[in-house]
Design a protein around this ligand. Structure first.
Ligand code: BES
Ligand code: MN
Ligand code: ZN
Length: 491
């Protein structure tokens, strides 16, 4: 199995990541990361990494084992980093507690050259917690700390090695999505984003095809063309294919790739607009998940579509009131140019449906209404009942929380336009997240099970780091998509 690398050399900017390795023997002179819990009192795990006197030393420092707590202590010349799991009151799984504790440990590693942790606490949660939690994006700071990342050794049995490699691939996929989403829009725009997707995709074993603005217009991609026409940076549609011979199931993935969203002529307010660098998060997740599927050799055929455009106001921009023709022929009245994501996605969904996949999963930073409905960390999933529920449940198991949301009957009426087949917003804006799903549903081919994942807020953490989630780009919903693909392969 190939391990997906961290594609530092091809990225315009990237975050800091720890190095990680697998070993059978415990390295000397490494700080030992020990998860501790709060039961009757402080509880140490049974592990070859603990030492006599450690419990007493931690107790003397007042360690309680509560979630997020980090206690450092030296016993017999060895540095121990004890991280609290909490009291496991049943509110989340042990894996989730381990991931979050390892995230806290990773942030406490600054300045520690070598650390060791045991695979006994769960290979995947340990690796994910440490790699994802240790990620930090410094952007283009001139004095960015160079090569100060720690080397972490996960000690286990040879049986754990494959699971370790798989976990590292998943983490590097999440990191790829984070790096792309974190990168400012003057450094990442459709043409170089598409070329980057080509480079990364081909290096991961995918076939890649890029449609430029001329081909898009000639082939009738009216939504992508309309959104992209206001910008000096023309739009792109990227098609990635992973086609293992063993595949009996086919899945289309579709992602929103608005490299910057000003709102267009329906201009957004200035305050907070800089956050719209993240509006390509869906497409980054789709690219990352497809690369991970190849590294993990998941036996499903994947056709991934990244719909890229920059939404700008200008003399050539589309106007409210314009009527556009989507790929496949459905016409749409553009009421609000800031509801641009659905316009580019509609074309990509229609094109993806042409190949008649068994499943179609689309993800996007689509609506502000998502955060009104579900808050900052929980994404909304809409679509076919079964696939929607599978994704929402998978998401919660992975601690990338998702929740099933309905399609609303009233929107079937509200979407009608006097001058086109449909219009892109509903007048009163109620159920804004669900209305967007109704819009997208019009473009899904018959008989295809589909899901729409709205990650508007979960893709971007506006607060400080928590658990294994850093500030800014989170990489949501990469892990959910990868695990869903694995499940669909087993069907
Ligand atoms: N990219 C935004 C959605 C968004 C908002 C993502 C905030 C992350 C944070 C999307 O293109 C948008 O502008 N949606 C509009 C739709 C409206 C005009 C119907 C919105 O949610 O306000
Ligand atoms: Mn918008
Ligand atoms: Zn947008």
């Amino acid at each position: 199995m190939a391990v997906l690398p961290h594609f530092i050399d091809v990225l315009p900017s990237h975050g800091r990541l720890a190095q990680i390795e697998f070993a059978i023997d415990v390295p000397e002179d490494a700080a030992r990361i020990i998860p501790v819990s709060s039961g009757e009192g402080l509880e140490l795990p049974v592990s070859q990494l603990t030492k006599e006197g450690l419990l007493e030393a931690l107790e003397a420092l007042g360690a309680k084992g509560s979630a997020g707590e980090v206690t450092k202590v030296v016993v017999d010349g060895t540095l121990f980093i004890a991280v609290g799991l909490g009291d496991n009151d049943g509110s989340h799984s042990t894996d989730t507690a381990v991931r979050r504790a390892m995230g806290a440990a990773a942030r406490a590693l600054k300045g520690t050259e070598r650390a060791v942790v045991s695979a006994d606490f769960g290979v995947r949660p340990v690796v994910e917690g440490l790699l994802l939690g240790g990620y930090a994006y410094d952007g283009l700071k001139k004095n960015e700390e160079k090569d100060e990342s720690s080397l972490i050794t996960v000690v286990g049995k040879e049986d754990n090695h494959a699971e370790f490699d798989a976990a590292v691939s998943i983490c590097h996929a999440v990191t790829l999505a984070r790096d792309l989403v974190n990168t400012p829009s003057n450094l990442l725009y459709p043409s170089n984003y598409a070329e980057l997707a080509r480079t990364v995709g081909e290096a991961s074993g995918l076939t890649v095809e890029v449609l430029d603005e001329k081909e898009l217009e000639a082939k009738g991609f009216g939504g992508i063309t309309a959104v992209g026409q206001g910008s000096e940076n023309p739009p792109r549609l990227v098609h990635l294919t992973w086609a293992p011979e063993s595949a009996t199931t086919s899945v289309a993935l579709v992602g929103k790739g608005i490299t910057f969203d000003t709102g267009g002529i329906s201009l957004k307010p200035a305050s907070g607009m800089e956050q719209m660098v993240m509006d390509m998060g869906g497409s980054a997740a789709v690219l990352a998940a497809t690369c991970a599927a190849a590294a993990l050799n998941i036996p499903v055929r994947i056709d991934a579509w990244m719909a890229m455009a920059e939404n700008m106001p200008s003399g050539s921009a589309q106007r409210p009131g314009d009527v556009i023709t989507h790929y496949g022929g459905i016409t749409s009245e553009v009421i609000n140019t800031d509801a641009e994501g659905r316009l580019v996605l509609a074309d990509a969904i229609a094109r993806a449906s042409e190949d008649n996949p068994d499943y179609l999963i689309e993800t996007s930073t689509l609506t502000g209404a998502q955060m009104v409905a579900l808050g900052k960390r929980t994404f909304g999933v809409m679509g076919s009942d079964e696939l929607r529920d599978t994704i929402a449940e998978t998401a919660r198991e992975l601690d990338e929380p998702g929740w099933a949301m309905p399609m609303l009957e009233e929107h079937d009426e509200e979407i009608k336009s006097a001058v086109a087949d449909i219009k892109n917003t509903n007048a009163d804006r109620f159920g804004g997240m669900e209305f967007a799903a109704t819009y997208l549903a019009k473009f899904v081919g018959e008989g295809i099970q589909w899901a729409h994942i709205d990650v508007a807020s979960p893709a971007w953490n506006t607060g400080g780091a928590h658990g294994y989630t850093p500030s800014r780009a989170t990489g949501v919903p990469v892990r959910t998509i990868v695990d869903t693909l694995t499940q669909l392969a087993e069907n």
